[in-house]
Structure formats: C-alpha cells, structure tokens
Design a protein around this ligand. Structure first.
Ligand code: 5GP
Length: 190
C-alpha cells in the first residue's frame, strides 16, 4: 500500500535470523518509520510489555479479529497465532509514514497478495547452523519449542524467491545498512 509517500515494508525470514535486531537498528537510520504492533495469542516473555512488543490477546479475541477482518494478515506459528492489525497500518500509511512489519513468511506472502506494492525483504543467515545457535543463545524457550522453530525455519527458507530482496545477515550493522538503503530507494520510487 502506498498513500502520499507512505509505504509498507515487510521484514521477514526464519525465526532467529535477527529480524528484531535489524528492525531496532533501522529506527536510527531512517526517519518516519513506524512499527506495526502485532496481535498474538502467545504468552508474554519476561520484559515484553502489552501494546509495545505485542498486543497479547486470548483465542476468542483473536477469532473475533479474524471474523471482523481486523487483521491484514495472520498466521499460526509454532502453536500460537500472530496477526497484523489493519487499522493502525492504514492510518499510518495515509499519513505518509513508512510502516514496518516484522513477521514470519506465511504472513509476508499474504501481504504480497493483498498489498502488491509493499516492499518485501527476506533476511537469511549466512548458514543454517547459525539459526540454531541464535535460537539457543536466546535461551528463553524449551527444547521442544526450539526444535519446532527450527523445523519451521527449514520450510521458510524455501519461500525467499517470492520476496523483492534477500539480504544476508552476516554482520548486523552491514545488514541493517543494506535494508535501510533498500527502504530509502523504495521511498524515492526507484
Ligand atoms: P516470536 O514468538 O518469536 O515473537 O515470533 C514468532 C514469529 O512470529 C517471528 O518470526 C515473528 O516475526 C512472527 N510474527 C510476529 N508478529 C507477526 C504477525 O503479526 N504476523 C505474522 N504472520 N507473523 C508474526
């Protein structure tokens, strides 16, 4: 979607690839960037605040959001559901803002179908083993959850051809700068 100058940017890629770190770094490099706060049925991790990290909702609320078409996209992921609230995104784009969605692959492909003009970026690790190490370093999840996430990640890597650009997260600063440059180019209509 693009309003007057507005742009939707989807930052996707397998869990553990470093989407969150790249996303955090982008705010220092780009003006006018807003983060879409997703709804999720997952429980908060320590330190995650409702309305900031996510809108933490129960299953009935999530069902209602789907039924009323309040979500631009949503996906089930490792036993929980995640979705992008539509209204705040549309408002921000209408105000000419760049709205960044940090979401998994199935949802990214739904955005592609619904908003063909969105910029879709796919982050990949320099090697698959790196994902496992990053997921373990985070150490907030059980072994079963880590295994489920790795299984999903293997499938997700296959979707990269459907994205506008694939960016290798070999070095956080370099990768973040490359993503910022791609967003800048899209904003100038190149
Ligand atoms: P986590 O539980 O680690 O916060 O997120 C799990 C996965 O869900 C990550 O890949 C994350 O990017 C993705 N995710 C977060 N919000 C959304 C959303 O609104 N929609 C979709 N499709 N995926 C999301």
């Amino acid at each position: 979607m693009s309003g007057p100058g507005g742009l939707v940017v989807v930052l996707s890629g397998p869990s553990g690839v470093g989407k969150g770190s790249v996303h955090a770094g982008l705010h220092g490099l780009l003006d006018g960037l807003e983060t879409s706060v997703s709804a999720t049925t997952r429980a908060p991790r320590p330190g995650e605040r409702d309305g900031v990290a996510y809108h933490f909702v129960d299953d009935a609320t999530f069902d209602r959001m789907i039924a009323t078409d309040a979500l631009l996209e949503w996906a089930a992921y490792a036993g929980n559901r995640y979705g992008t609230p539509r209204a705040p995104l549309e408002d921000a784009v209408a105000r000419g803002r760049t709205v960044l969605l940090e979401i998994e692959v199935q949802g990214a492909l739904q955005v592609r179908a619904r908003l063909p003009e969105a910029l879709l970026l796919f982050l990949v690790p320099p090697a698959f083993d790196e994902l496992e190490r990053r997921l373990r370093d985070r150490a907030t999840e059980s072994e079963a959850t880590i295994q489920a996430r790795l299984e999903v990640a293997r499938g997700e890597m296959a979707a990269q051809d459907d994205f506008d650009h694939v960016v290798v997260n070999d070095d956080l600063d370099r990768c973040t700068a490359e993503v910022a440059a791609l967003i800048d180019r899209a904003r100038s209509g190149l």
